[in-house]
Design a protein around this ligand. Structure first.
Ligand SMILES: Nc1ncnc2c1ncn2[C@@H]1O[C@H](COP(=O)(O)OP(=O)(O)OP(=O)(O)O)[C@@H](O)[C@H]1O
Length: 235
């Protein structure tokens, strides 16, 4: 796990609206290696989503540097970021944003039709344990199952990076565990570098590394010598 995928140096983000400035990131330095599972923890407003959005090419930093491998993201304009996002990044958000009139299979196929070297939708759905339900519509699936469809959709284009913002935020413990299980399986089988924001501190135990955020900075980084198996998680 020594190939570095992300490098951030003194990364800052300041939101300005009228007279008000919000310093969302105040000098973030980090390296994330290929295949790592990194969990971001920290109080509300500490800058986790801001960092994830900048890493995913959804937003621009104010100053500092951020690179994805040899690509300096902080030098790219909107068009460059869009192309980076399409080729390399999968996103999973708290709300699944599935299209209600399409089946699980069709929701995933929407992405595979426009990707360069995609998996087959059934392959992506099998990876998250949903092949038997692939012809169901979102309304016929539980919240956890819908989130697993969203994960299948995010990974079907074989992104190098999967960025997850509160993927279990809307789920109860049992279904949340299955979602984390699906993310860990994708990481193990495809080697997808995975960053997970969560308010659920238990989830840190499955990570290779945990970054604690406080007031726009990483206040502590902990490497887990022994990762806990997903089956042992409970909240
Ligand atoms: N578009 C925006 N405009 C202005 N301020 C913003 C914007 N987005 C985020 N902020 C502010 O930046 C700070 C960091 O927000 P961010 O969403 O990154 O925190 P977070 O750690 O992800 O919080 P949460 O856990 O609640 O999602 C907060 O003070 C927030 O209000």
């Amino acid at each position: 796990m020594s190939d570095v995928v992300f490098t951030a140096k003194d990364l800052t983000k300041t939101y300005v609206s009228g007279e008000t400035q919000v310093h969302a990131l105040r000098g973030v330095n980090l390296e994330i290696s290929a295949g790592e599972v990194v969990v971001l923890l920290g109080p509300s407003g500490s800058g986790k989503s801001t960092l994830l959005n900048i890493m995913g090419g959804l937003d621009h930093a104010t100053s500092g540097e951020l690179s994805f491998k040899d690509l300096r993201l902080t030098d790219l304009d909107d068009r460059g970021l869009t192309s980076y996002r399409r080729r390399h990044v999968g996103f999973v958000f708290q709300f699944y944003n599935l299209i209600p009139s399409l089946t699980a299979y069709e929701n995933v196929a929407l992405v595979t039709e426009i990707a360069d070297d995609p998996m087959r939708p059934e392959e992506a759905l099998a990876l998250v344990g949903l092949e038997p339900r692939m012809h169901h519509f979102p309304a016929q699936l539980s919240g956890g199952e819908q989130q697993r469809v969203a994960i299948a959709r995010a990974i079907a284009k074989r992104p190098e990076v999967l960025l997850c913002d509160e993927p279990t935020g809307a789920l109860d413990s049992r279904t949340g565990v299955r979602v984390i299980d699906a993310l860990m399986k994708v990481n193990a089988e495809l080697g997808t570098t995975t960053v997970i924001i969560t308010h659920n501190a238990i989830i840190q135990e499955v990570a290779h590394r945990v970054l604690f955020f406080s007031d726009g900075q990483i206040s502590k980084a902990v490497t887990n010598e022994a990762r806990r198996a997903v089956a042992e998680l409970q909240w």
